[in-house]
Ligand binder design. Structure first.
Ligand code: SAH
Length: 431
């Protein structure tokens, strides 16, 4: 979501005549987009922010914009007092404060940017992730902003506000424009993406949206994340199975394998429900890959409760598991009402146990692809190798002298590891 927000803002800035630079020293405007989902992310954001101070001291004209969850939808006075040299603050997903600041400043400097252009920018007309025309193969498209579920550990609802779906036609229009700019793969985003449309008057579903996006010529792949187990309808799973462009890849976090912990997290399902869901997904979508998220060391998590998570992961054998150690976030229910009583070394040990298990599982799943042909959409050249992904979201590297950017090719897998694989092009593509 943050990547999507940053791209959107970057393209608005490009529309205003700014150009990207990799060197902070060269920049006229620096935007620091921040995540606070865990303490480590917040610490990193604060560290980066502090490191920008000398730049501002040397060049008071540089505009520093602090954006995202460190500010949140309700603002953050403490942070603003602590970092008074920040010029503009913006809540998540909102390019407006910076654009206003810059246009006002430009107007003061009697430069020529018109209010009408700003209006167009703010209407979203021009605020599309169009950075580097033709180079972006895979784009994120937020379809649900905010979240109203309120898992007890999670800070996101407080920082990103209540759930609201974007209008259906606006999404289709944006998708068409992205494809017009050369984008070949679109990933639809939402904290609970499978709840798309439930707050809209006509109650369109994510499945409806997938059907309509599927009609867009030139679009090769469609993905969506993240799903909550309770909203994964058969209609949605069938859309994934039936529509060739919709990739057979589902991201559906479990968070814990013990029912009492799941309840304390207020996730709204049991381990049994989740198990049934995975069965249903695998039945309805042949060849599907599944990713999950897990938190270890939630308050009160006993060894026996952790072992249930371990055993469930071992049983269900997901393609990917995003692991996290519980981090109390200020103001969340679990931070206020439950003691963070699992020592760091225990959290770390549990984390490592799951990591080792997942490494084995992923190695085993990926090894089945050895010698097989898979379809890879190439996204970028990374250290002399083309980097792309299979429809099941497996990372594949291929060496080729040819320009494969944005192309989809049949690739024979010659090496597999737990996190990526290597392949060779099946056909010569030099012409
Ligand atoms: N709605 C999204 C949430 C994104 S946050 C989703 O369901 O995926 C991504 C992951 O961060 C969550 O799934 C969870 O596993 C983890 N996470 C969220 N809050 C956390 C916390 N307080 N401590 C540790 N991990 C957390």
């Amino acid at each position: 979501m943050n990547v999507a927000d940053s791209r959107r803002l970057a393209s608005a800035l490009e529309q205003m005549g700014y150009q990207p630079t990799r060197k902070p020293k060269e920049a006229d405007v620096i935007v620091l987009n921040t995540c606070v989902v865990r303490q480590s992310a917040e610490d990193k954001a604060i560290g980066r922010l502090s490191s920008l101070r000398p730049l501002k001291d040397n060049n008071p004209d540089v505009v520093i914009n602090l954006m995202g969850c460190l500010i949140g939808v309700r603002g953050n006075k403490k942070i603003q007092e602590r970092f008074p040299w920040v010029d503009v603050v913006s809540p998540p997903s909102d390019p407006e404060p910076l654009l206003h600041f810059l246009t006002e400043r430009t107007a003061r400097q009697k430069a020529a940017l018109k209010q009408s252009k700003l209006n167009a920018l703010l209407d979203g007309e021009l605020v599309l992730p169009r950075a580097e025309q033709g180079k972006l193969v895979s784009a994120f498209l937020p379809i649900v902003y905010g979240c109203s579920h309120a898992c007890t550990y999670c800070i996101i609802p407080a920082k990103r506000g209540i759930e609201h779906s974007r209008p259906y036609d606006e999404i289709l229009k944006e998708a068409r424009e992205l494809v017009g700019q050369g984008v070949r793969e679109i990933t639809l985003l939402g904290q609970i993406v499978d709840r798309y449309g439930m707050d809209l008057p006509e109650r369109p579903t994510l499945a409806d949206l997938l059907h309509d996006l599927h009609q867009i010529d030139g679009l090769k792949r469609i993905r969506f994340l993240t799903s909550h187990p309770n909203w994964m309808t058969d209609e949605l799973l069938d859309a994934v199975a039936e529509l060739p462009k919709v990739c057979p890849h589902i991201e559906v976090p479990i968070q814990a394998g013990d029912d009492d912990i799941l309840q304390a997290m207020r996730r709204g399902y049991s381990a049994f429900d989740y198990r049934k869901l995975i069965e249903r997904i695998r039945e309805r979508i042949p060849g599907v890959s599944i990713a999950t998220d897990i938190i270890v060391g939630f308050p009160g998590e006993t060894e026996a409760q952790f072992n249930k998570t371990y055993d469930l992961l071992n049983e269900l054998r997901m393609d990917v598991a995003h692991l996290a150690r519980y981090s109390p976030r200020k103001g969340t229910y679990s931070e206020r009402k439950m003691e963070d009583d699992i020592p760091d070394d225990v959290k770390m040990r549990r984390f490592r146990q799951l990591e080792t298990l997942q490494e084995e599982i992923a190695s085993e799943i990926n090894a089945r692809l050895l010698g097989q042909n898979v379809k890879v959409l190439f996204e970028e050249l990374s250290r002399a190798r083309w980097r792309g992904r299979t429809p099941t979201n497996k990372l594949v590297f291929v060496e080729s002298e040819d320009n494969l950017l944005g192309q989809e090719h049949e690739v024979k897998i010659i090496w597999t590891g737990p996190w990526s694989m290597i392949g060779t092009l099946v056909k010569d593509v030099s012409d």
